[in-house]
Write a protein that binds this ligand. Structure first.
Ligand code: GAR
Length: 190
């Protein structure tokens, strides 16, 4: 029997992607969501963690960016893959170095367009529509030391109609994310 693989999810918001990943592995004997880390007290993802009986940790900013505390926490938990699911802080370089090719992110646009600092959630969809784009999509990529620049694992596209708003585009993007992110996580761990 192969060893159980452990996922850590990092999230800042509602956590719909986290929920889909939890659902996907709920009955798995090979892969488990071991811990959820969140930088935002009160975020919806913390309610999901509580309801699902998954330990959660509120990230303390100073320790995150200036110590080894979280590297050690993740190592103690034998984490095999760190999955950013709507996580809005940059991942510090000591964490990137400790988990090479073991941190992935999902971005709600077709990188390299519409990426970088400040480009998250509805800001992205607003910018995409304002630019007159006729398509958008999702990018799943490895995390390196630069925002949204790591090696791309998967991109999936959707069309933008003339009457789409940032909210309707967000719905299309979430549908793609929910469909593809759990499967990519599984592929990377098996
Ligand atoms: C997702 O659309 C994700 O792609 C985006 O935040 C949303 C989180 O939704 N991430 C970024 O914008 C990162 N730059 P969720 O909390 O419902 O999973």
């Amino acid at each position: 029997m192969t060893a159980l693989k452990n996922i850590a999810i990092f999230a800042s918001g509602a956590g719909s992607n986290a929920q889909k990943i939890i659902d996907h592995f709920r009955r798995s004997e090979a892969i488990t969501v071991k811990i959820i880390l969140c930088n935002k007290p009160g975020a919806g993802v913390l309610d999901i963690a509580a309801r699902e009986n998954i330990p959660s940790v509120i990230i303390e900013k100073e320790a995150f960016f200036r110590s080894e505390e979280y590297v050690q926490l993740l190592q103690r938990n034998n984490i095999d893959l760190i999955v950013l699911a709507g996580f809005l802080w940059k991942v510090p370089s000591n964490l990137v170095a400790a988990f090479p090719d073991k941190i992935i992110n999902i971005h709600p646009a077709l990188l390299p367009k519409f990426g970088g600092k400040g480009m998250y959630g509805n800001f992205v969809h607003t910018a995409v529509i304002a630019a007159g784009e006729t398509e958008s999509g999702i990018t799943i990529h490895f995390v390196n030391d630069h925002y949204d620049e790591g090696r791309i694992i998967l991109q999936e596209r959707c069309t933008i109609d003339a009457n789409d708003t940032p909210d309707t585009l967000a719905q299309k993007i979430h549908a793609l994310e929910h469909r593809f992110y759990p499967a990519i996580v599984e592929r990377l761990l098996t």
